[in-house]
Structure formats: C-alpha cells, structure tokens
Design a protein around this ligand. Structure first.
Ligand SMILES: [Zn+2]
Length: 476
C-alpha cells in the first residue's frame, strides 16, 4: 500500500517514494539541550518515532538521525539574543558542556521512558564544527554568503527559492521586519552562518577568526554528513518551519546545488487544557514530572501520539487517564490470550481468525498510510480487540496467532508493558508457591505469598483461565 504524507514544501499530500527502494532516511531536529524537554517537544519527537516505526512495520529499513544542539541556538531562533545554552550556563554557573551533558541525559532518559526508538546517530553540534566550517566556506566561495569582519551572513536574495517552504516572500518579510536592520547585513532577512563574539563561552578557530556557528547551519551540515546531500524526510515542530528549516534549505541547496529534502513533515503545537504552553503559565510539564504525579509512562506516550500530527492536540490530565484505560483494554486482551496460549492445546487456526488478523493488519496499514491517520488506526485496533474478545474456544495456536497480530500493531504504537518478561525469578517462585497452596486450599500460605509479592513492589492478579499475571506495581 502506498504511503501518502502531507509535504509542507508543496502544501499537499503526496505519495511517498523513497530515493532508494526499501530504504528511508529521516532527519529530525532534536532538542536544544539547555533545559529539560517538555511534553510539547516530545509530541514532535513521538511523531518522528511513529513514522519510523510505521515504515519498519512496512518492512523498510530506516536510517534516523536526530541532532543535539549544544551551541548556537539563540533566544529568538534567529540572530538575536543570547545563546540559550550559554544563558543557562551563566545562570547555573557551570560550563556550557556540563549543561549540555546534563540536559542531553535528561532528554535521553525521557525518550527511553516514552519508548522512543533510539536514532541511529545523535550528532552533537559541537562535534561537527569542521563540517559546518566546510559548508560555510563553500557558500562563501559560491557567492551565497559574505564576510563582514568575523561574521558570515547568507545573502537570501541569492537563493531564488527562499521562502518556498514557509510561504514567506522577501517582500512580506521585509515589510514586517520587527528587528532593526543590522548594519552589517545587506538585506534584513540575511542570517548568520558564523558569528564572531569574543564574549561567547564556546569558540572555535575558523578561516574568519575565532567564533561559533549559527543554529541553522548545524542541521544542514549534520544531515548532509549522515544522510547525504539529498534525503527523504525531514521532521520538526511547526515552529521550526521559519526561519530554521527555510534557512536549512537555502544553505544545503546553495552548497550542493541539489534538492535537499523531498518531504517535510511538521507537527502542530500541543495545547495544555486548551491553552498555549508557556513558561509563564507553568504548564511546560516534563515527562519525569508527569510520572512523579502518578501518570504512567505508556499512557503519556499513548496520549501524545493519539491525535493527528497536523492538528493541535489538547493535552489534559483526563486525557492521560483515558489513555491509561485504552492501554488497559489492549493489555487485558493480551493477558487472556497468553493464558490460553499457556494452558490450552495447540491446533489449527480457524480460517475466520486468520482473516480477522489479516484484515486488521491491512486496515491498520491503510489508516497510517493515509498521512499517519492515527485515530483511524486506533479504531481498527479496538475493533479487532472487540472481535478477539468474542472468540470462543480458541486453542493455543490461535491465541499465539492473535498475539502476533497485536504484537505487530504494538510494534508501531509501542504502548504495551513488557513487565511480563521482566518479572524476577524469585517473584515467579512465590506466585507458583501461592498457586500450589491455593490448589491445596492452604489459604494462609496463599495470602502470605501474595502479601510478600506486593511488598516487593509487584501486583499479582488471577486470570479467568485459572492462571495469574504479574505486573509491576506503582508507576513503573
Ligand atoms: Zn534543526
């Protein structure tokens, strides 16, 4: 089934055709590591994860690169204000690299909690200064950029397609320019590729003297290094469209003379309780904060992926509770099937059950191929579970086949607990002892075993088939 995606560059849905058959290259703008990433940042990272998992579900080999910005991202996203990282470094009286290490760790921890598949490479800006200098040099040589003192600017009038991604024309931009014209710039919209600032805490030698790179050049240089001058998909939040991605295109295409990216995917903002998220409103929750509040990590994941990426998603605590209930429905079905798989005989898989699975997977594929229509995909999943719950007298082979289908769906959703596999041997031993005691009507021992399991942080539940399931207690 062909996949259709909405391409911000062409402003329409297009069939996705990878450059190399069976392979997809994706670059995602990663975090600027100057503070803990919040749920709004993670919505965009999760859309990239969903897309990647879906391509893998379809059998494509994905190469995913996500950068870590640890220098050059200024407060206004363009050429004004302090470097975000440096601001935190000064505030916390630490070295910028120490700040970067700390918040990169925080980002990685939260990504893991949300079951985001790791990127193949997480290139750091500070470790790719030479690649950026090389690209800036090429742009100067080709006449796209000019040097003023120790600063290098990109001359936007030299790049005919400037504004194509964001829909901003230079005339519009110039008319609405808020900032006073920097006397060094030939045009108000020219942007810095390399900056000279003796006060900046992070500096490197360059052919133009000591300085540091602009934020935009990082992504052009690093994506080209790991995915080539041309690649399939670039993702980011809607706030990245302008100026960041517009500038990335101008730089990369100016330097290589080739089309940079074929499909641009942008995730809309997250609202919190109907309001825009902001520091001043105090609603920039981090993943760790939500977990401390008692919400489950997989419910947070489910909530953040459960609405279409091109619509604003209104994040609420009630939404998180509903997400936990939805996951529980899938989980219950899995436990029942596992019970059958353990306790029933093997046999033939009935034709109607084979069809139930193949139809479900085909419809799930169709839904996500429709520009990642996640609501439709989730509806397919719950329709399937409803049918599975109606199945009478399944044998263990059938249960395994149905489990396999749920496993394929969850390879994309990534919300099911893996606690089953992680139960320590000691806990299983106690559960078995309890089962035996129950069979012998030794209720005292049975209760004692259950209490001990609970005390060790696990929850034991009896299942209708006469078995039990163990899951981790608390919010893990
Ligand atoms: Zn970027």
């Amino acid at each position: 089934m062909p996949v259709e995606l909405y391409n911000t560059l062409t402003k329409r849905r297009e069939e996705f055709k990878p450059m190399a058959p069976g392979k997809v290259g994706i670059y995602s703008c990663g975090p600027t590591v100057y503070s803990h990433p919040h749920i709004g940042n993670f919505r965009s990272f999760l859309v990239a994860d969903l897309l990647k998992r879906f391509f893998e579900f379809k059998g494509l080999k994905v190469t995913h690169i996500m950068n870590i910005t640890d220098v050059g991202h200024l407060v206004d996203d363009a050429d004004e204000g302090a470097d975000k990282l440096e601001e935190t470094a000064r505030k916390e009286k630490k070295d910028p690299l120490e700040i970067a290490r700390f918040y990169t760790e925080s980002f990685m921890t939260a990504s893991k909690l949300l079951n985001i598949k790791p990127a193949d490479v997480y290139p750091k800006a500070t470790e790719h200064i030479q690649e950026m200098i090389d690209m800036v040099k090429t742009l100067v040589d080709k006449g796209y950029a000019y040097v003023v003192g120790g600063n290098i600017y990109y001359d936007v009038t030299k790049f005919a397609n400037y504004g194509r991604l964001s829909g901003n024309t230079l005339d519009d931009l110039n008319a609405g320019a808020r900032i006073e014209l920097n006397p060094e710039k030939k045009n108000p919209q020219d942007f810095a590729l390399w900056k000279h600032d003796p006060k900046h805490l992070q500096q490197w030698d360059s052919p133009w003297g000591r300085g540091f790179p602009g934020w935009h050049i990082e992504c052009s240089a690093m994506s080209s290094k790991y995915l080539g001058a041309q690649f399939d998909i670039h993702t980011g939040g809607e706030d990245n469209i302008f100026p960041h991605h517009e500038c990335e295109i101008a730089q990369a295409e100016g330097a290589s003379g080739k089309k940079f990216v074929h499909y641009w995917l942008h995730t809309r903002f997250l609202l919190f309780d109907g309001e825009k998220m902001s520091k001043s409103k105090g609603n920039l929750y981090t993943i760790q904060e939500l977990i401390e509040k008692g919400f489950k990590k997989n419910a947070i994941r489910y909530a953040l992926i459960s609405s279409h990426y091109r619509q604003n998603y209104n994040f609420t605590f009630d939404g998180l509770k509903a997400a936990a209930q939805a996951i529980d429905k899938i989980q219950q079905c899995v436990f029942q099937l596992k019970d059958i798989s353990k306790n029933k005989e093997s046999g033939q898989v009935r034709k109607e059950l084979q069809e139930l699975s193949s139809n479900c997977l085909a419809q799930f594929d169709e839904a996500l191929s429709d520009d990642l229509n996640i609501s439709k995909a989730l509806a397919v999943c719950f329709d399937f579970l409803r049918e599975v719950n109606k199945v009478d007298d399944a044998n263990s082979t059938e249960a395994n086949a149905l489990l396999d289908t749920i496993g394929k769906i969850d390879s994309v959703l990534g919300v099911l607990e893996k606690a089953d596999e992680e139960v320590p041997a000691q806990i299983i031993e106690m559960a078995e002892k309890r089962k035996e005691a129950k069979a012998n009507k030794d209720w005292k021992t049975a209760d004692a075993m259950r209490d001990e399991i609970t005390a060790k942080g696990w929850i034991l539940e009896d299942t209708p088939g006469g078995g039990y399931r163990i899951k981790r207690g608390g919010q893990d």
